[in-house]
Write a protein that binds this ligand. Structure first.
Ligand code: FE2
Length: 289
């Protein structure tokens, strides 16, 4: 048996996987093998470098537990999560754009009442009111739609990163009323660094990249018969909008948080002083058949 060339090896490996019964899995695997082999040939990867990569991925896996998702963080930092979102979102014109889920989502956060605050600690910060409607592409309100939100506290940390915060601080589910309206009370989000105490931090330092994400409120919006929407609302005044460490900013998701000092408006929202206000409609697209 004669020895193979580099390209012949790739062909042999691809052929060995061609019997994969699931057609989509076969397509993904064959392409993955071709691209991974091309990468190895392209950079002339050494065995030492490959072992370093294996050790890096192993450390990334070891960093994961039920609260820390270093793998998602790695995917986010390589722009893969943003690219997957781009190629798979398929949001029609007029519907709210989607973006990445991020590593700090926690399912089953508590239900919040109309206008109830998701900030579960005492605070003298100016409150934030986020209000608007959930509608379909025709502007028809979607009563009963679910609006799940989460964000960091003013120290730039999510509750699951920071044991000093109450459990489920700054996260919760709201339900749209019969007009499709919702009313969320919170505080204005801040920009924050992603965790840098693990392998992703090593990667950032080795590549001279800053770890910051621009301030944002995460949301998952759902309604029967409609495509679930996973998105962010970004603060238009944030200095990291152009250099989000996870590449997730989309122009259409940037919002102006306005300061409302009208006492009458404050009273309508059950507040006693000035507040930040964000008036935002979520537009859902029809479920794909
Ligand atoms: Fe976030």
């Amino acid at each position: 048996m004669r020895s193979m060339t580099e390209n012949e090896l790739t062909d042999v490996v691809v052929e060995r996987y061609r019997a994969t019964p699931d057609a989509r899995l076969q397509e993904i695997l064959l392409s993955l093998i071709r691209h991974a082999h091309a990468f190895v040939r392209d950079v002339r990867l050494t065995e030492t470098e490959w072992m370093k990569g294996v050790e890096f991925l192993t450390a990334t896996g070891h960093m994961c537990d039920d609260k820390r998702q270093e793998m998602i963080l790695l995917s986010d930092n390589l722009g893969i999560s943003a690219l997957v979102n781009m190629v798979s979102a398929g949001v029609p014109e007029g519907a709210t754009e989607t973006t990445v889920l991020g590593p700090f989502y926690v399912p089953n956060s508590p239900q919040r009442a109309w206008g109830e605050s998701i900030l579960l600690r005492d605070s003298d910060e100016i409150p934030l009111i986020v209000h608007g409607r959930v509608v379909d592409e025709d502007g028809t309100p979607l009563p009963g739609a679910g609006i799940e939100v989460w964000q960091t506290d003013s120290n730039g940390m999510y509750d699951i990163q920071d044991s000093s915060q109450p459990e489920d601080n700054l996260r919760g589910h709201y339900t749209a009323n019969e007009e499709g309206r919702f009313l969320i009370r919170s505080i204005r989000p801040t920009s924050y660094p992603i965790p840098t105490d693990g392998p992703v931090g090593v990667l950032l330092r080795a590549t001279n990249r800053h770890p910051f994400r621009p301030a944002h409120l995460h949301a998952i919006v759902t309604a029967p018969g409609h495509q679930p929407l996973t998105t962010h609302l970004f603060d238009a005044e944030d200095k990291y909008l152009d250099s989000d460490v996870v590449f997730a900013v989309k122009e259409s998701l940037i919002r102006k948080f306005t300061k409302n000092e009208d006492p009458g408006a404050a009273e309508r929202f059950g507040l006693s002083g000035p507040f930040w206000e964000l008036d935002n409609d979520f537009v859902l697209s029809k479920a794909r058949s």
